[in-house]
Design a protein around this ligand. Structure first.
Ligand code: ARG
Length: 560
């Protein structure tokens, strides 16, 4: 809010140089109760230098000359409270939002810096899991928030496309697989083959040797093994792509685990040269401190491991993208792994490993239990999302049967509901998955926020809003509350960035929607003397709602 600057300038005048401008701005608060004014400044911190009680200091500060900048300034206890000039505030804030549009609340502090995100990263030949969905939507949102703060981002989908399981899968396919079936339903068929392999191997353990042999062949570039592996990968990526298209997410790179196969020798050599490798029960390990188990680098049979690939990937990424910070958006259960990887990199002398962070998140539950996209027979995530779209369409039809382009809107609403539901609570919490709950038009849902924005569009159309901000405002308490929430958006974006917490944005758009719907119910917006200024306020709310939803990866239909 402009008023914050004016207040800070006033305080600086009164206090002198005992506090810097930044310190003053940082200590200005927003009173919880509206009768305590719009902004408040606590005086405790000045008691030492001024050798007076905070209450006396507050009194002195409140006695300055305010000449129309504020409506009122007063000392309450050890606080200086100020009531802003509402008309001037409204004018300047609405002008700013309507002019800047979706660039409102953009920051520059990330300018010239690069953030790398490791996100989504499903495993080929397996269903795309709920965990991968969370990683995808949380990671994409953190990327969008970072970009709004000025950062350049690199989004990497670190596909799980290497490991002994592919030896087993090749072996299973050669025994029981049918090309056509796999072509038509790749993920389901490949999963079935994999499951069957395990079942049969229980009866006949020699199958395991066969699986190992095929993985060895794959590592040795055997043409047959390689051909099948490439095919499995292609059909898997095609299936994943359908989900990414539904969610409308993009990546800058799909370099997965296999990409690093030919780059691992260099990391092994570096570990050797620095004498970091130790033999432990036949395997090569790096000790990473007494509080953690050693990091496994190479198995007894010479095969490299998940950690070896992640260490190599980090080195490659630092070289390629020179990131300032890297975030691994991966479930809680991999915390130990990422800590080990970081420590090995530090032992190699790479201080930048301190700028790598694991961003963990909770589980998706159904009826309190971990939700699996695979129960008995495979239920694919794509099916779950399409189900949400179908339900959204039914809801919309019953509310608004005449709506054009219902399919597009249903998609925006269904997909938006799934994403919003995921991002609504702090990412560390578990999420209960319920299509019925997430698709409600009332309550704390994505469709509720989308509906609020669409409702505003209808108002703007009906009122022929021109986009200009009127010069005169008569600010009532309802509109003042909305303005005050609108003015918080820049801080909200910054906080969401620092905490890597999309839910800060979701909670904010919910709050703005609640305030707006309250306003809508109490104030006559159209056909009133005040219509132009009220429509300007509506338009500003819509801009901020849309932009907030965009940061979450949720689209806003114009009508619904
Ligand atoms: N593919 C892994 C899994 O599904 C996640 C990979 C996470 N990223 C990483 N750099 N290790 O569990």
């Amino acid at each position: 809010m402009n008023g914050k600057h004016i207040f800070a300038a006033y305080l600086q005048d009164q206090i002198g140089n005992d506090l810097t401008w930044e310190q003053i701005e940082a200590s200005i608060e927003k009173p919880k109760q509206i009768q305590h004014g719009d902004l408040a400044f606590p005086c405790f911190q000045l008691a030492k230098t001024f050798k007076k009680s905070p209450n006396e200091i507050a009194k002195t500060i409140a006695q300055g000359n305010i000449s129309g900048e504020f409506e009122k300034i007063e000392a309450v206890g050890s606080y200086v409270n100020v009531f802003l000039n509402k008309k001037a505030e409204a004018q300047s804030l609405l002008t700013q939002i309507l002019k800047e549009k979706d660039a409102y609340a953009n920051h520059r502090f990330g300018h010239g810096k690069t953030i790398l995100l490791d996100l989504s990263s499903p495993n080929i030949a397996k269903p795309f899991s709920m965990g991968h969905l969370r990683s995808t939507v949380i990671g994409s949102s953190i990327a969008a928030i970072s970009e709004k703060c000025g950062y350049q981002t690199v989004k990497i989908n670190y596909i799980g496309d290497w490991g002994t399981q592919f030896g087993k899968l090749i072996s299973a396919y050669l025994k029981w697989g049918e090309e056509n079936k796999v072509r038509n339903n790749p993920i389901e068929e490949l999963t079935k083959l994999y499951v069957r392999f395990h079942e049969e191997a229980e009866k006949d353990p020699s199958l395991n040797d066969e699986g190992r042999m095929w993985f060895k062949k794959l590592e040795d570039h055997d043409p047959k093994a390689k051909e099948l592996w490439i095919w499995f990968k292609e059909v898997s990526l095609e299936a994943f792509q359908k989900i990414y298209e539904l969610l409308d997410v993009q990546f800058d790179s799909y370099n997965g685990e296999a990409f690093f196969n030919d780059k691992m020798d260099a990391s092994l050599k570096a570990l050797q040269e620095m004498n970091l490798l130790e033999l432990s029960e036949g395997a090569q390990v790096v000790r990473v401190g007494d509080d953690l188990p050693p990091c496994l680098i190479k198995k007894t049979d010479g095969a490299t491991l998940y950690a070896t690939r992640d260490i190599t990937a980090a080195l490659y990424r630092k070289n390629t993208y020179d990131f300032d910070e890297a975030f691994y958006v991966v479930g809680h259960e991999q915390s130990l792994h990422f800590e080990q990887v970081k420590r090995v990199l530090r032992k190699l002398g790479h201080d930048w490993a301190d700028n790598m962070h694991h961003v963990p998140f909770g589980l998706i539950l159904q009826n309190g239990k971990k939700m699996s996209t695979r129960k008995g027979k495979t239920v694919l995530l794509e099916t779950v999302i399409l189900e949400a779209v179908k339900l959204a369409e039914q809801n919309i039809r019953s509310k608004n049967p005449e709506l054009h382009e219902i399919a597009t809107v249903a998609r925006q609403v269904g997909v938006g509901a799934v994403i919003f539901h995921d991002l609504k609570n702090e990412k560390g919490n578990d999420v209960e998955f319920s299509l019925e709950m997430m698709l409600k038009f009332e309550g704390d849902t994505g469709p509720y926020v989308q509906y609020t924005a669409a409702r505003i569009q209808t108002l703007l159309n009906r009122g022929n809003f021109t986009g200009s901000v009127p010069l005169e405002f008569s600010i009532g308490s309802e509109s003042w509350e909305i303005l005050s929430v609108l003015s918080e958006f820049p801080e909200v974006v910054e906080l969401a960035f620092h905490r890597k917490e999309p839910s800060i944005i979701s909670k904010y758009v919910l709050k703005l929607s609640h305030k707006f719907n309250h306003y809508y119910a109490h104030v006559k917006i159209l056909d009133s003397k005040e219509t132009p200024e009220r429509l300007a306020l509506c338009a500003a709310v819509q801009i901020v709602l849309k932009e907030g939803l965009r940061l979450l990866g949720v689209q806003t239909p114009n009508k619904m």
